[in-house]
Design a protein around this ligand. Structure first.
Ligand code: IZC
Ligand code: ZN
Length: 414
């Protein structure tokens, strides 16, 4: 059997592995996995007629980017909210008026699974051409059993059909649907008795997430939902301390969640608790920018206190409609003042921790998946310094080239 072998040579390989950092050398991928890395040219033993060779000297190679927080599957769009936002109507106010998440719920319920998949595929294509090779995808725009399952199945099928790998999260606790208006407890019982067991039994989602926010789910309600999810075998995530400080980070740490996300209003104790329990902080600077909050999560303080920080898009139709994780480097740098090496780790190895995949992806290390991005840039700093454009030359997924010269190679499923 012919093995698919690939050698990539570059003078700037950003490994995102703390032991090797940046090397001038080669990566040897065989059968979709990284088999060897070394300085200089690849040894002759790896080079034969079954081996493809990419000379990327002058370019920068990183692990495939990982978007650890997206709301991929949804119907419709919400550009009608733009003027409201500009007039100063707050995000939570729009939600209260039945807009926001609830208007996307209406569009998602109306859409067929095929329509949701078509839209999802377009988003995945955008992600891939900007360098993203793995994402986490949350539901939360169905809320009823039928639509949540439709969305989870759409994501699972896209995972099979598309080069981008998808990890599913059930976010039924995203809003209280119209049919349970004023009866959050009733909706919680429905999730815990019907949806969560069904999703777990059918292995439709690995994670369970809660939007813990004033006017959405309180910390007490979030705790009840998270405890129920844990019993059913879900790993946990939480939208915490985004707008109003509610001690969501403390709750995440106590529940041993894999990640707590947003964290603009995190407390001092919350930072220490996350550091101690090794809960990854997933920060979403695109959302701060897009909601015009005038501030970003204090990534510097969290890093200095030992919290593992990941950066993601939060791709969703309301508070951050962009699939471009590479673009988030701009806000992480110029908004949060993170350093280029902190930013790339936040989008690779730390993001892998945020989705519990650090053994498989997130760094250029022997044994990990052959997912790489080749940027048309001489070094890492240049990618961030020259902002607002797509620097991707090639994307390699499972050892196969899926993006070439910035363009998708159609039909490649790796
Ligand atoms: O549709 O507004 N924050 N959920 C929590 C969102 C933003 C998505 C949305
Ligand atoms: Zn979110």
């Amino acid at each position: 059997m012919r093995m698919d072998n690939l050698i990539v040579r570059s003078d700037c390989i950003v490994t995102c592995n703390y032991n090797s950092d940046i090397i001038d050398g080669y990566i040897f991928i065989s059968d979709g996995k990284i088999k060897a890395i070394g300085k200089g040219d690849a040894p002759a033993e790896y080079c034969d007629e079954a081996t493809d060779y990419i000379d990327a000297r002058g370019e920068t190679i990183t692990p495939g980017l990982i978007d650890s927080h997206t709301h991929l599957i949804h119907g419709g769009s919400r550009e009608n909210e733009l003027s409201l936002k500009l007039k100063g109507v707050p995000y939570l106010e729009i939600l209260k008026m039945g807009g926001g998440i609830l208007s996307t719920v209406a569009s998602t319920r109306k859409a067929s699974k095929e329509e949701l998949k078509d839209k999802g595929k377009k988003s995945l294509d955008q992600m891939l051409i900007h360098g993203t090779t793995t994402i986490e995808a949350k539901t939360g725009y169905g809320l009823d059993l039928e639509t949540e399952v439709k969305c989870l199945e759409a994501a699972a099928e896209l995972n099979q059909e598309h080069a981008v790998d998808i990890v599913n999260t059930y976010l039924g606790a995203h809003a209280v649907p119209e049919e349970y208006k004023g009866n959050a407890e009733g909706y919680m019982a429905f999730m815990m008795d019907e949806v969560m067991p069904y999703v777990a039994e059918n292995k439709l989602a690995e994670f369970m997430d809660v939007f813990c926010e004033k006017g959405v789910f309180s910390p007490e309600q979030s705790r009840v939902l998270m405890e129920a999810a844990k019993k059913l075998g879900y790993k946990l995530k939480i939208h915490a301390d985004e707008i109003v400080p509610l001690k969501g980070a403390e709750l995440a740490s106590e529940m041993k969640a894999i990640s707590a996300d947003h964290l603009l209003a995190i407390s001092e104790e919350g930072i220490d608790a996350m550091s101690k329990e090794k809960v990854t902080a997933v920060l979403l600077p695109g959302t701060s920018f897009y909601l015009m909050l005038g501030k970003y999560a204090d990534a510097r303080k969290m890093i200095d206190r030992g919290v593992r920080v990941a950066i993601a898009t939060d791709y969703n139709p309301g508070s951050c409609p962009t699939e471009n994780l590479q673009g988030m480097m701009t806000y992480a740098c110029f908004g949060m003042r993170l350093l280029p090496e902190e930013i790339i780790r936040a989008m690779t190895i730390h993001a892998a921790y945020a989705i519990d995949r650090a053994e498989e992806i997130g760094s250029i290390e022997v044994g990990k998946r052959g997912d790489l991005v080749i940027f048309k840039a001489p070094n890492l700093d240049y990618i961030i310094y020259h902002f607002g454009i797509n620097h991707v030359d090639k994307v390699i997924k499972h050892g196969k080239v899926v993006v070439e010269n910035g363009n998708l190679i159609e039909g490649v499923k790796s």
